[in-house]
Design a binder for this molecule. Structure first.
Ligand SMILES: [Zn+2]
Length: 348
């Protein structure tokens, strides 16, 4: 076993050629935004740690307390903007259509949340699971859930805790997260397995490779000879099985690792959304093929707002300035020569 590499250029070479990247993320990504995990040294909510409250027994004994704990976590999560690591992952998914697996706080599309979500509820009577972003989740929890050990318990009557809204049900809701002592959803695990069986690069982000979810999956990917890259604050013994390890906050290491590759700047294929806002500014020279047609010449002017749709083809040279307006769907025909001035409005 050799020491994993921290050679960013070597990673980016592999990343640029990878067809199917699987991303495993853990609580470390959100912890970087200041979302507490209530685990490990000093990780207490009142006088408890997550493993004492995140259990079916704790919930049946004291649903009010457990709901206070989850209400607090939902509210904290709701105040945080996505951090640079979240954005890098979301951007990578959008740009390249890659799927990721998170523990409980993915939030974005194409994320398989193997430990459930803080923003989903499960009805104990009818079994209905639904997304729930209400703040507060119910009137009785408003202002409750403070983590300070001297806080009085809210002792909310069970009737006033979150209740099912399915017609005629009103069953007690619980957070739809996988608690300690519960098994992971087998259908979801199957989908994760499929993702990992077909990936040709695996990223392990903000989670130690010896804890879930990475511990379960990353070694089997590495065993297939597929490169695994860890982005984490810690080195672990399992790190040695992986090709890359990038040490430090993933908000720092991940954006540079996943940024658009220089070779991608010349061949742009797929979906472009926020890319255009950030990177297209000023003059465009060379070839642009939009909707299968060639666009040639110079474009000068401003483009702002959203560019939604597909951009295919080659971009050579410098892109500077702003783009204003919406581009949706297909652009047909050939444009040759110079385009100067402002582009505003819709191209549909
Ligand atoms: Zn129900």
């Amino acid at each position: 076993m050799s020491q994993p590499s921290s050679d960013l250029a070597a990673f980016r070479e592999i990343f640029s050629k990878a067809k199917h990247v699987a991303i495993l993320t853990g609580a470390g990504v959100s912890a970087e935004s200041g979302v507490p995990t209530f685990r490990g040294a000093g990780g207490y909510w009142r006088k408890w740690q997550a493993q004492q409250l995140a259990t079916p027994e704790a919930f049946s004994r004291n649903p009010s307390r457990v709901w206070e704990f989850y209400h607090y976590r939902r509210e904290v999560m709701g105040t945080k903007e996505p951090n640079p690591a979240h954005l890098a992952i979301a951007e990578c998914q959008e740009r390249l259509g890659r799927t990721s697996t998170s523990s409980t706080d993915g939030g974005s599309k194409d994320v398989l949340e193997i430990h459930g979500s803080l923003f989903k509820t499960l009805c104990l009577s009818c079994g209905h699971e639904s997304a729930n972003h209400k703040s507060p989740i119910c009137a009785a929890l408003e202002g409750k859930g403070a983590p300070d050990p001297n806080t009085d318990e809210a002792q909310i009557p069970v009737d006033d805790l979150p209740r099912c809204e399915e017609a005629g049900c009103r069953g007690l809701l619980r957070p739809a997260v996988v608690w300690f002592g519960e098994t992971l959803d087998s259908n979801l695990l199957e989908r994760v397995e499929e993702e990992l069986d077909s990936c040709d690069l695996c990223l392990v982000v903000g989670t130690s490779s010896i804890v879930y979810p990475a511990a379960m999956f990353a070694p089997q990917v590495a065993a297939r000879g597929v490169p695994v890259a860890e982005f984490n604050m810690e080195n672990t013994p399992a790190t040695m099985r992986f090709k890359f390890h990038f040490h430090g906050p993933c908000g720092t290491t991940l954006p540079q690792a996943l940024a658009r590759h220089q070779s991608e700047a010349q061949k742009v294929e797929g979906e472009v959304e926020r890319e255009v806002e950030r990177e297209v500014e000023g003059e465009v020279e060379g070839e642009v093929v939009v909707g299968g047609r060639k666009v040639e010449g110079e474009v000068e002017g401003e483009v702002e707002k959203e560019v939604d749709g597909e951009v295919e083809g080659e971009v050579d040279g410098e892109v500077e300035g702003e783009v204003d307006g919406e581009v949706e769907g297909e652009v047909e025909g050939e444009v040759e020569g110079e385009l100067e001035g402002e582009v505003e409005g819709d191209l549909k």
